[in-house]
Design a protein around this ligand. Structure first.
Ligand SMILES: [Ca+2]
Ligand SMILES: [Ca+2]
Length: 161
């Protein structure tokens, strides 16, 4: 993947799933990142919520807890690592899953309004670190529009408890 910043929230394990803490870090080309949280407690369950600038917000399948100040969670091993299995297989060897991209207006749904935004920027040859560059190559073109087209056709939206 193209390295990019993700914001990760820790949310309480029961309704209304209050935001307990948040942290941002750049995820590397393997999708790994180390985040520091100041408010998290050992032995308390938190949903891990990934927020990325133009992707669908994605929650961990179940609450996770810290032990001795550490928590490791890998979303990529199976779609079932995400709440509602809301991820897509992005590689066969090794098998890897990723969160859905294509929500530059960040309303939790990939639909025609996102596709319109990408199509407009592609028509205007927009380049750089912009929300409509969905594959992270710093250019907005038809290869980005494929994501909004496919994911809107499949009615991709965020799935939360
Ligand atoms: Ca959207
Ligand atoms: Ca692009």
């Amino acid at each position: 993947m193209a390295p990019d910043t993700a914001k990760v929230l820790l949310r309480a394990d029961s309704s209304p799933y209050t935001i307990i803490d948040s942290s941002s870090a750049e995820l590397n080309s393997s999708g790994n990142g180390i985040l520091n949280f100041n408010e998290a407690l050992d032995g308390t369950g938190y949903f891990i919520v990934i927020n990325h600038r133009n992707s669908i917000e994605t929650w961990s399948a179940a609450p996770q807890s810290f032990t001795s100040g550490n928590l490791s969670y890998d979303f990529t091993t199976s779609s079932s690592q995400a709440f509602g299995s809301n991820m897509l297989q992005v590689d066969n060897s090794p098998v890897r899953f990723g969160i859905y991209v294509g929500d530059p207006n960040k309303d939790g749904v990939v639909d025609v309004s996102d596709a319109g935004q990408v199509d407009n920027d592609a028509a205007n040859f927009v380049a750089g670190y912009v929300l409509t560059d969905l594959n992270g190559d710093l250019v907005v073109d038809v290869s980005d529009a494929v994501f909004t087209d496919n994911n809107s056709a499949n009615f991709i939206s965020k799935v939360t408890p």
